[in-house]
Design a protein. Structure first.
Length: 221
């Protein structure tokens, strides 16, 4: 734990998972609830985050059931039902005040994450997430499989890209899921987050596991 805390105190970049970390729920589950398919999709999300199927398998399966069209997505975004986790805004502001770069790295979709990033003053260039594809009539046409975050192992790829292109020496990943834990290495440290949901496999894999962001704020203050 002390080694992770030391990296955290010296961090030059922080990558946050979005679902159940930056926000209290899972964006795709919330979209499914909006489309009255919540229970079915939530069960598959739990399997994906527990590491019992590959991320891409779970993503493809959920989207094939959901089939969100453009108007579904626009209506959901306008409803703006996503809630920030307590203390998250304060932590991001603190990091930004220290000139520490902040990234959102998610297996979710950029169209849902962009309004979240805007509220946190995080530029689009600092978001790594998936892209939904639509047909000309607005119907669902799949997702971009070329995005690193569309597959298992995507978050380590993002960490590697950031370290190689930006030269970070103390890159920290924070998240609640199995895909977040596998980001370190190459990330220099991983902090498990259980403030919204506790996943036992992630808790066991974490040298430092926190239940609220105040703990992280206190360590930097």
């Amino acid at each position: 734990m002390e080694k992770v805390k030391e990296v955290w105190r010296q961090c030059d970049a922080v990558c946050f998972d979005v679902d159940s970390t930056v926000i209290t729920g899972e964006g795709l589950d919330e979209l499914a609830s909006y489309m009255n398919k919540g229970e079915e999709i939530a069960a598959l999300t739990r399997k994906a985050m527990g590491g019992t199927m590959t991320f891409r398998e779970a993503l493809e399966m959920r989207l094939n059931i959901l089939q969100p069209n453009k108007s579904d997505l626009q209506g959901f975004i306008q409803k703006n039902s996503l809630q920030f986790t307590e203390g998250l805004r304060e932590l991001v502001l603190l990091l930004q005040s220290k000139n520490i770069d902040v990234y959102l790295v998610s297996g979710g979709f950029i169209s849902i994450i962009q309004p979240i990033a805007d509220q946190l003053n995080i530029p689009t260039s600092s978001i790594y997430a998936n892209h939904l594809k639509f047909n000309e009539d607005g119907s669902y046409a799949g997702f971009d499989v070329d995005q690193p975050t569309s597959a298992s192992g995507g978050k380590p790829k993002v960490a590697q890209i950031l370290k190689e292109t930006k030269g970070y020496k103390h890159l920290v990943f924070i998240g609640d899921g199995a895909t977040d834990a596998e980001a370190s290495p190459p990330a220099d440290a991983f902090i498990g987050f259980g403030g919204n949901v506790v996943r036992d496999s992630v808790k066991q894999a974490s040298s430092w596991y926190v239940y609220n962001f105040q703990e992280l704020i206190a360590e930097l203050s």
